[in-house]
Design a protein around this ligand. Structure first.
Ligand code: FPP
Length: 250
């Protein structure tokens, strides 16, 4: 049964592509006198709940910032625990993704991941390749600046694009996200107003929603609140309100 909050959602105005900076696992744990790793384990429950909810709500693409390039510098034990959590998630949830019509995708410098994680990741990406209901993208060993550097390297190594001819589309086509829809909404949990090197190019016209809820507490109702905020915001893409209204009636 739909909650009161969910009934307020306008189905046709649900964003196509939502990305989430899942912050606050450490704070959630330290508030309870638990280890940071316990915080990440709880964060995994939120991942499962949000992926399921996103599909139910009609979101077509969800991108989760699971591990940044900079996160490799965290204490060794925390990095190891995060890699294990990721592998366990893939092993346990892979079949469910398949059944639910969700395609698994990954972006980032994936070659940096441990071999055993890469193997499972590749298997599930292949297994779910033809699923069409939603695409779940995990950003792993991901950095926004690194993504732009990698795109520049690929473009230059192609050798046939001149400086004068290069345009926005060329750059977009070399980003890790080339096959994903435009990013409509970026959510950040835990209250900080930062982008933390996430999807720097892609957020150009995205709405940004920051909630003080810590990631391990984030559930369907919090996602719906973010979507309602999005639906009540006028996206102008650099135009005036008047122009946007006229475009709507044309
Ligand atoms: C930020 O919280 C969170 C991370 C660096 C990792 C996010 C990972 C998960 C939610 C679990 C793994 C998910 C997948 C899909 C494999 P923080 O540790 O920086 O929190 P803090 O700012 O409160 O310290």
């Amino acid at each position: 049964m739909k909650s009161k909050l969910e009934k307020l959602l306008i189905k046709s105005q649900v964003p196509n592509h939502v990305a989430i900076i899942m912050d606050g696992n450490g704070r959630w744990a330290s508030k309870r006198g638990l280890s940071r790793i316990r915080g990440h384990q709880e964060g995994m429950e939120s991942v499962k709940s949000v992926v399921k909810s996103a599909r139910e709500l009609g979101i077509k693409a969800i991108t989760l910032y699971a591990f940044s390039v900079q996160n490799w510098m965290r204490p060794k034990a925390e990095v190891k625990a995060l890699m294990k959590l990721l592998k366990d998630y893939l092993i346990k949830e892979g079949d469910k993704l398949s059944e639910k019509g969700i395609r698994l995708n990954a972006i980032g410098r994936l070659d940096d991941l441990p071999e055993d994680v890469c193997v499972v990741l590749d298997d599930i990406m292949e297994e779910t390749l033809h699923n069409r209901d939603m695409v779940l993208t995990l950003a792993l060993s991901y950095g926004g600046r690194e993504e732009i550097v990698d795109a520049a390297r690929s473009i230059i190594s192609r050798g046939d694009i001149t400086a004068e001819s290069i345009n926005e589309l060329d750059i977009s086509n070399y980003l890790y996200t080339k096959d994903l829809p435009e990013l409509d909404l970026l959510i950040r949990t835990s209250g900080e107003m930062r982008i933390s090197n996430f999807l720097l190019w892609q957020i150009a016209y995205s709405e940004i929603y920051v909630t003080s809820t810590l990631w391990p507490d984030f559930r369907k109702r919090h996602l719906i609140k973010a979507l309602l905020h999005y639906q009540n915001t006028e996206r102008r893409f650099g135009l005036t309100s008047d122009q946007i209204r006229k475009r709507e009636v044309l």
